[in-house]
Ligand binder design. Structure first.
Ligand code: COA
Length: 255
C-alpha cells in the first residue's frame, strides 16, 4: 500500500519527538559525510529545533517538514523552507530500504503542490556534486543546474592565540548562545570596522564564517579557543582554492 505524504507534526500540539528524532537522523544521513558535522542536521539536538520550528500553526511556519510513513515508521522526509520568493528544499532523504520506488519523485510533486498553493513560482535546492542519483531525480523532475558553490577550510588564523581586540562585534551574542544551548547550533551576526554585517553559523564547535578572523572571534567567545579552529566558508566555485565539497544549486520555475 502506498504510504501517504503528510506533515510529520501537525498543529500546535506537541510534535512526536520519536518521529522528529528519526527525521533528524535521516536528514543528517543525506548530507555528504565530510559536511555532516558542519551542518545543522549534524547538531546534537536538531530534533529539538524541529520541534520548536513546528510549534506555530501550519499557516505561520516557514519550515514545512513532510514525511512519508509506513505504519508508525518514518521512511522518508523532506525539509522545505519558505523563502520570500521561493520554496527551498533544505534536505530530503528516503530510507535506503525504500529507495527506487518513486517516493523521492512523489516528495518533489508534493513540494510543487505546496509551492503552487503558496503562490511561489520558484523551487530551489542544493545537491552535492557527487550525488549522481539525487541529481538525476531532480533533473528528471524539471530542475536545472544554476551556479556551483564550494566549501573550503579556513587556514589557522594567526590571531587565534592573541588577546581579543574590539574591531569585530558580535551583534546578537545572547541569542546565539541560547540557540546553541538549546539545539547544538546557532547563528549570529558580526560587524567589522567597515560596518559590514556578516552571518556566522556555529554547529557544535565548527564555525562557518566569511573570514577566518570572524570565525576566531566567535569560536573564542564560545570558549572553544583552546581547540584547533575548525572553520570553513562557502564561496562561489569559480573563486575556490581547494574545496572539500562542492554543491550545485538547482532551480525549477513553475510559471
Ligand atoms: C535521492 C533520493 C531522495 C531519491 O529517492 P527515491 O525514493 O529513491 O527516488 P525515486 O524512487 O523517485 O527515484 C529513484 C530511482 O528509482 C526509479 N524509480 C522510481 N519509481 C520507480 C518504480 N516505481 N519502480 C522502479 N523504479 C522506480 C527512478 O527512475 C530512479 O532511477 P535512477 O536512479 O536511475 O534515476 C534517495 O536516493 C535518498 O534518500 N538518497 C540519500 C539521501 C540524499 O542523497 N538526499 C538528497 C540530498 S540533495
Amino acid at each position: 500500500m502506498a504510504p501517504l505524504i503528510d506533515d510529520v507534526a501537525i498543529g500546535t500540539s506537541a510534535p512526536d519527538r520519536h518521529l522528529l528524532r528519526h527525521a533528524a537522523g535521516l536528514l543528517a544521513a543525506s548530507v555528504p559525510g565530510v559536511c555532516r558535522p558542519l551542518v545543522a542536521y549534524g547538531a546534537e539536538r536538531y530534533d529539538a529545533f524541529l520541534a520548536r520550528a513546528l510549534t506555530p500553526p501550519p499557516a505561520h511556519r516557514s519550515l514545512l517538514l513532510r514525511g512519508v510513513t509506513a505504519g508508525t515508521e518514518l521512511i522518508a522526509v523532506a525539509d522545505w523552507r519558505i523563502l520570500p520568493d521561493a520554496l527551498f528544499l533544505n534536505g530530503v532523504a528516503v530510507r535506503d530500504d525504500h529507495r527506487g520506488r518513486g517516493i523521492g519523485t512523489r516528495i518533489l510533486a508534493d513540494g510543487e503542490a505546496i509551492a503552487t498553493r503558496l503562490r511561489l513560482a520558484t523551487m530551489l535546492l542544493d545537491v552535492s556534486l557527487g550525488n549522481a542519483s539525487a541529481h538525476r531525480l531532480y533533473r528528471r523532475n524539471g530542475f536545472t543546474d544554476t551556479e556551483l558553490s564550494a566549501w573550503c577550510w579556513h587556514e589557522p588564523h594567526p590571531g587565534h592565540d592573541q588577546p581579543a581586540t574590539a574591531v569585530t562585534l558580535i551583534v546578537d551574542w545572547a541569542s546565539l548562545w541560547a540557540q546553541h544551548d538549546a539545539y547544538g547550533f546557532g547563528d549570529c551576526s558580526v560587524r567589522g570596522l567597515d560596518g559590514g554585517i556578516r552571518t556566522v553559523r556555529v554547529v557544535g564547535d565548527r564555525v562557518r564564517a566569511a573570514s577566518a578572523a570572524d570565525a576566531v572571534v566567535v569560536s573564542r567567545a564560545l570558549a572553544i579557543r583552546d581547540r584547533p579552529l575548525r572553520a570553513y566558508r562557502i564561496i562561489s566555485d569559480a573563486t575556490a582554492g581547494q574545496p572539500f565539497a562542492r554543491f550545485i544549486r538547482m532551480r525549477k520555475q513553475l510559471r
